[in-house]
Design a protein around this ligand. Structure first.
Ligand code: ZN
Length: 288
């Protein structure tokens, strides 16, 4: 099943065509995508009954974030070996965890204002939690996942590495610095949800390419380790880490500029296009 936030309305797809869930369910479910995660099992079985399965046939114009107001957003650093090496960091023996404050979450239709001249790209697989998860084992982890989407862990490197210790949470939480989308795909839509091609293009130039099978801590292990200490809540996001090819590890260093288009792609999900603009006027990236 695919779930999209079309013009702020909970939408699924039957034979590629959009179905407005509130209308089709006669009001049993509301229009809010965020609220749907609280009743995820119920929604899944209703959607199965109307034949919701498969990818959207086309991209609706007004797409918002698939989980626009998550209560918690986890970011995992250095979770691909080649990225840890290019960053000159040790391979972690426990997931290196930070937060992207929820106000940075944006959708596919939101232009992102680029702050300063040190903003970097990081394409990432993003997990959306579907059932409360606390002390869940890796073997049970997928049962707590609503689905997968694409994200950019946009990072202002100047802010991120200001001071000692560094300020990951601030540098990665500027307004709009968490674009997600274009929609959510449930794990059963993939032949192997643990091995998906992941790529990032800047104005058409391929800058990152890997497979999610290269994650040091794959999705089930991340959920086991995070939920050992923290309650994961429906709608929460986990940015699972980025492969090599980011701008700050290049010689010379590269960063994003207004006017560019950042295209993020994950096999079986689709493409997330992020339009980069000047930070003025102030954008309001959070929308439900
Ligand atoms: Zn990241």
């Amino acid at each position: 099943m695919f779930i999209a936030n079309v013009d702020h309305r909970l939408t699924t797809f039957v034979d590629g065509s959009p179905v407005d869930v509130e209308t089709a369910s006669g009001g049993r479910f509301g229009s809010s995508v965020q609220a749907a995660y609280e009743r995820w099992d119920e929604l899944r079985s209703w959607a199965a009954g109307i034949g919701a399965a498969g990818a959207p046939a086309s991209m609706p114009a007004e797409l918002q974030a698939p989980s626009p107001r998550p209560r918690q957003v986890f970011g995992i650093g250095l979770n691909y070996r080649d990225h840890a090496e290019e960053a000159g960091m040790k391979i972690p023996d426990f997931p290196m965890t930070f937060t992207k404050f929820a106000s940075c979450i944006a959708g596919p239709s939101t232009p992102v204002g680029v702050s300063g001249d040190a903003t970097d790209w990081e394409v990432e697989l993003v997990v959306v939690i579907g059932r409360p998860a606390y002390r869940v084992t890796a073997a049970d982890a997928w049962a707590h996942v609503a689905g997968l989407t694409i994200g950019q862990d946009l990072s202002d490197r100047e802010r991120q590495f200001a001071g000692e210790p560094p300020q990951f949470n601030i540098g990665k939480s500027l307004p709009g610095y968490g674009p997600t989308g274009p929609w959510l795909a449930t794990a059963d839509e993939f032949a192997d949800s643990g091995d998906l091609g992941i790529r990032c293009f800047l104005d058409g130039e391929k800058v990152q390419e890997s497979r999610t099978s290269q994650l040091i801590f794959p999705v089930p292990e991340l959920i086991e380790k995070l939920s050992a200490d923290v309650r994961l809540l429906p709608g929460d996001l986990i940015f699972t880490g980025t492969p090599s090819g980011v701008g700050f590890a290049r010689t010379p260093r590269r960063s994003l500029r207004p006017g560019q288009i950042l295209l993020s792609e994950i096999e079986g999900i689709g493409q997330l296009a992020t339009h980069l603009v000047s930070p003025e006027p102030t954008v309001s990236p959070v929308s439900a």
